[in-house]
Design a protein around this ligand. Structure first.
Ligand code: UDP
Length: 241
């Protein structure tokens, strides 16, 4: 194949926000968008990379929003974690529809719905080339799925976190608002934290810094984006020590 660049990584955690699954819809899951991302994941895994996806839930519910409406924060976060399970099941199904094996595993145990998350089970599935879709974030309130993604990357000995967003990297300001915003090619974890760059929360960056885990921030908008990012092609920002 003409694009046959080897993958830069052996094992990665891909963070997919709930927003990435909404596509043109105002809310929830857009089936063609989920199918496109699933096809992209299957194409990416054919590079020989072991892939665990950590999925967000913001397309349905975020704990902070619930707390603003008067739901106790810990309970609101539980609702948010349940939202990630819905997304994980949809992605699992879409990957299987592409003809590839997938396993949803949830940090909030619900064994009648999917396997409870464990490091051992996930490593077993990854070794069998199954795409693992990790739901429930860290399994604890007061965290985000960004932090969950870095935590899983650390415990699964992943080479990188691939943070899929709707823009092609980290900018000096919001490029939708400020046309003079410039994209960073490279940042250190320290810079990302000290400049308070909104692409991931500080807890996630701090955990990545402590464990020296690189974060690749790239756009999920185009078809084939995950495969290209894994090959080091296209535009992205690398956050590394
Ligand atoms: N959440 C949580 N603990 C975690 C991960 C997520 O309580 O470890 C809850 C939290 O309420 C969060 C929601 O799940 O707002 C959805 O996750 P997130 O906001 O990270 O989703 P995304 O913005 O990536 O779609």
């Amino acid at each position: 194949m003409s694009d046959e660049h080897p993958a830069l990584y052996r094992r990665v955690v891909i963070k997919l926000s709930g927003e990435a699954l909404t596509g043109p819809d105002p809310f929830g899951l857009n089936a063609p968008t989920v199918a496109r991302i699933a096809a992209d994941l299957v194409s990416a895994v054919s590079l020989g990379v072991e892939i665990a996806v950590v999925v967000g839930g913001g397309n349905f519910f975020r704990g902070m929003q619930g707390a603003d409406k008067g739901i106790e924060r810990a309970r609101a976060d539980s609702i948010g974690m349940l939202a990630t399970v819905m997304n994980a099941l949809a992605i699992e199904a879409a990957i299987e529809a592409e003809g590839h094996a997938a396993r949803a595993l949830s940090a909030v145990p619900m064994p009648s719905v999917c396997q409870p998350y464990s490091r051992q089970a996930t490593l077993h599935h990854l070794a069998k080339r199954r795409i693992c879709v990790l739901a429930g974030g860290t399994g604890n309130p007061f965290f985000t799925t960004d932090t969950g993604a870095v935590l899983r990357a650390a415990e699964l000995s992943s080479d990188a976190v691939m943070k899929a967003t709707l823009v092609d990297g980290v900018y000096s300001a919001d490029p939708k608002i400020d046309p003079s915003a410039t994209r960073y090619e490279h940042l250190t974890h320290d810079q990302a934290i000290s400049q308070n760059l909104a692409v991931m929360d500080t807890a996630a960056f701090a955990l990545a810094r402590e464990n020296r885990i690189p974060i690749v921030v790239f756009s999920i908008v185009d078809h084939g984006a995950i495969r290209s990012a894994l090959q080091g092609k296209g535009r992205f920002t690398l956050v590394s020590p």
